[in-house]
Design a binder for this molecule. Structure first.
Ligand code: NDP
Length: 302
């Protein structure tokens, strides 16, 4: 099954070239900028997707320090790269080096995807849209009460897209009150969504009227046993519990949610879809997201 729903196919896109028999010996290049990038499955997954579509394209991961980010983006521009993904810690700082931003990236104040459009570099944030595509495989956020744990970059991207997708109520729960309140204030600009901020003190009880709870903090990254201080004892039957963490995708949060008969959604879905949207921005082709997920799983289990 191809999970590329929601992504547009462009006929004739294979004209770019074919793997093994390059048309021009001048491949198109895309990149990942971050620090650290070692262990990130993006390059492995993107190169699989290029090959699967018969594209003679390359994808390279670069360790970029915060001091070098401007030079890295200027290099991307000078060398004619088709695009780049931007990961931690550069999502906010990259904005000032670009020519234009999408509406979502403007609202979030951060980018995770750069696309060259003629002489311009355009910033987009595909994290929230990727999360939405993943979430919609199990539930439509329209009219739902959704709890968002965390208020960092991932939570902000997800919150903005959930508000645009017609969530009825968003409850932001965060350890540092100032960060949580900032996100609540940003989301409150959407007049049709009820926004609530709850400081995270002790164990947070997921309320019985919530239909979705999203673990969007960095707890669990590189630590599958890390405890997220949350209780599901009042959770409604069929509650969807989603995690954003991918290293590894099987988190203690999701195990606990499954023990309470919740529907569990791992962070790999978001990861694959946000990358698939970037892929389509660069190439005009909707990739096979099932094959991309297989590649990401293969990389993470090796
Ligand atoms: P940020 O550093 O921007 O935000 C981290 C968030 O986690 C903050 O809300 C922070 O709270 C909270 N947090 C961290 N440690 C704790 C703790 N011990 N207890 C409570 N809260 C805590 O990170 P990002 O938002 O960029 O990334 C978050 C996670 O999402 C990472 O694991 C990242 O890899 C993942 N991610 C996954 C993606 C995917 O495609 N699946 C895409 C993007 C990110 P406070 O404000 O109090 O500091």
């Amino acid at each position: 099954m191809n999970h590329a729903f929601g992504l547009r196919s462009v006929p004739g896109a294979l004209a770019f070239g074919s793997v093994g028999v390059p048309d021009s010996f001048l491949p198109e290049i895309c990149a990942l900028f971050g620090q650290p990038v070692a262990g990130n499955p993006m390059q492995f997954m993107m190169e699989r997707a290029f090959a699967q579509q018969g594209l003679d394209w390359r994808y390279l991961s670069f360790e970029v320090t915060p001091e070098s980010l401007g030079d890295a983006v200027r290099g991307l521009r000078a060398l004619g790269f088709r695009g780049a993904n931007v990961t931690a810690p550069h999502q906010f700082a990259a904005v000032k080096h670009l020519d234009r931003l999408s509406e979502a990236a403007t609202q979030m104040g951060s980018v995770n995807c750069i696309t060259r459009d003629g002489q311009e570099l355009v910033g987009e944030n595909t994290d929230g849209k990727g999360f939405l595509l993943s979430l919609r495989s199990v539930i439509d956020p329209l009219g739902k009460h959704i709890v968002l744990l965390g208020a960092g970059g991932a939570a902000r991207a997800i919150g903005v897209e959930l508000a645009l997708a017609g969530a009825q109520k968003l409850t932001i729960v965060n350890r540092t009150a100032g960060h949580g309140q900032d996100l609540a204030n940003l989301l409150a600009k959407n007049p049709n969504v009820q926004i609530e901020f709850v400081p995270w003190e002790g164990k947070y009880e997921v309320p019985a009227d919530a239909q979705v709870v999203i673990q969007a903090t960095s707890i669990g990254a590189n630590d599958p046993d890390a405890d997220v201080p949350v209780s599901f004892r009042h959770a409604a039957p069929g509650l969807v519990a989603a995690d954003v963490v991918i290293t590894p995708p099987e988190t203690a949060f999701l195990s606990e949610a499954k023990r309470h008969d919740c529907v569990a959604l791992d962070g790999l879905g978001m990861f694959v879809y946000q990358a698939a949207i970037a892929f389509q921005h660069w190439t005009g082709i909707a990739p096979d997201t099932t094959a991309m997920r297989d590649a990401a799983e293969e990389f993470l289990s090796s």
